[in-house]
Design a protein around this ligand. Sequence first.
Ligand code: ZN
Length: 135
Amino acid sequence: MNDSTNPAIVAALLAVRDRAYAPYSHHPVGALVISESGTHYAGANVEVAHYKGICAEASAIAAMASAGERLLREVWVIGPGRHLCTPCGDCRQRIREFADKQTRIRVVDGQGRLLKEYDMDALLPDSFGPENLAS
Ligand SMILES: [Zn+2]
């Protein structure tokens, strides 16, 4: 599971990042999520002129949820450079919605080399999730 050099994952990340629509930020990001069934869902950031675009992680999670799946096993994120391109605050909450204790979030550099791995507690400590709404 923790194979940072998995060529299929890296190829999918590079491909989806290259399809990002980022004419305003010039910061293309790709995400690949692996669901409970093992299906891969990819997403890229898609910007719009009024700057309220959608992040790559949100795009990939929306694809997974739209397919009827509700559990993230792995989340992979790739940015354009060598720096950590970590999920933003909004995406951390979106990941949290579909994560469990086993979910792993991995950020790779622009070439696909693993930079950092998180579990949900590290990514969003003391997070608020669906069970917090239970009476
Ligand atoms: Zn985001």
